[in-house]
Design a protein around this ligand. Sequence first.
Ligand code: NAD
Ligand code: TYD
Length: 337
Amino acid sequence: MARILVTGGCGFIGSNFVRMLLAERPDWEVVNLDKLTYAGRLENLADVAGDPRYRLVKGDICDPGVVREAMAGCRMAVNFAAETHVDRSLLGAGHFIDTDMKGVLVLLEEARRVGIERFVQISTDEVYGSIAEGSFDEGCVLNPRNPYAASKAGGDRLAFAYWATYGVPVVITRASNNYGPYQYPEKLIPLFATNALRDESLPLYGDGRNVRDWLHVSDHCRAVLFVLENGSNGEVYNIAGGNERENIAITREVLRLLGKPEKLIRPVDDRVGHDRRYSLDASKLGRLGWAPRVVFEAGLADTVRWYAENEAWWRPIKDHDGEFRRYYEEQYGARLK
Ligand code: NAD
Ligand code: TYD
């Protein structure tokens, strides 16, 4: 049995990754260290909670004692734990600095102490900033432009520093925007799908023409496992879906899939410092042998159907979680008046 630490495993991507590992690596044990913030949901892994190869440690990656306990006996670690929502980082960045930078330091220190064999730091395409034309490759200068992106860039480079300085076997991934099941309904696709299902307004920022590259979460999880097993120490790997779309196009497609009218679209004041376009050159990972499999149109249709069929997952968050309602009012209250 090989033991792997996955942090943030109760979040969107982490829970999809833990489920995939338990299914595809029958001789691995998975320790999931998660603080269970608003975004960490026990229900995301309810179907595997009883698996004898799975253990949840509830705790903070910023706490060295907790990290020591969770990493004990682990040969590998993948750090998904993070504060992840750009809009929240614009309302207050303190937790982002704590988890996305200081928490990474605590994990790296422990990885160094125990002599971990592989440490994957999950970074993001947002560390490169916005690009008008062409695509960023791994050699491009980092130019993060919002507090979330800046804190992720800090964690990204700190991980590299632990390889360069101490030889901790670090690999760093930078993926584009993910979509799929179990994504907290504050991000574009789940927010708009669930609002549309209730005939509520879809608050589209600015002119709606910002571009994101969409990657299905299952493709992202396969790519992370691929670099965990095949990546080279100290290297960065971009992970792209190859599906660049304007937000307005995504919005219209979500409405079309649900049979809802476009009059639900509500143009609202733009996000401050809103990055115009993200675009990745992922040919480095392609040369190693990884490619995305999910066709975007089919993946989006499946995803929207998942939210339609799983109201029992998102309704409690939107209706009964005071945290979500407080955030929604702060973020959208004045915009939607
Ligand atoms: P998410 O917000 O859905 O989940 C984050 C998880 O981390 C939650 O379970 C939360 O409880 C946990 N967490 C937060 N702070 C913690 C702490 N201090 N200690 C322990 N656990 C903590 O996030 P996600 O969308 O699944 O993103 C996962 C990772 O992937 C993040 O590192 C993010 O930066 C990166 N990423 C996300 C995307 C995307 O489109 N969602 C794209 C590229 C990279
Ligand atoms: P988001 O899902 O927050 O991801 P990120 O900011 O990390 O790319 O947003 C995706 C795009 O959708 C981004 O250009 C902002 C836009 N957006 C809206 O127009 N309205 C919204 O309510 C949200 C949450 C996002």
